[in-house]
Write a new protein. Sequence first.
Length: 125
Amino acid sequence: MNAAKTSEKPDRDLMNDPQTKRKVDRAQANRDELTERIAQAIHHDGTIEPLKGLHFNRASSPSECVHSVSIPAFCAIAQGSKEVLLGSDRYQYDPAHYLLAMVELPIFTLSGLKPLRFCGQSKLR
C-alpha cells in the first residue's frame, strides 16, 4: 500500500518537541505584535482607513447581528472572532483563520463571539 506517511511521533510527543513549541510561541508572538501595531493605529472603537482600501475596525464588545452585502475583501482578525452566515453555511474567522470574499453576496454577520478587539480588512478592488 502506498499511503502517505504521517509523523512517526504521537501528538503528545509533538507538543513536547522543542522545535514545535518554538513555532507555536513564534506564531503567538507574531499575533501579539499585530495586535499591538493595530492598537497604535486605532485607539477607540470604530473604523479608520490608514491607507486607501485598507480598513481597521475595532470593537471592544459584541455587536448586534447585521444583514448586509459582502464586498470583495480579505479580512483578518488580531483578537476575538467573527461569524458570517451565507445561506445555511457558517464561516467563523479569528486570529488563526481569515475570511476571503471574492464576490458581493448577501450575508448575516455575528460579531464578537469572543471579545473582538481589532479587525483589518483590505478591499480587493
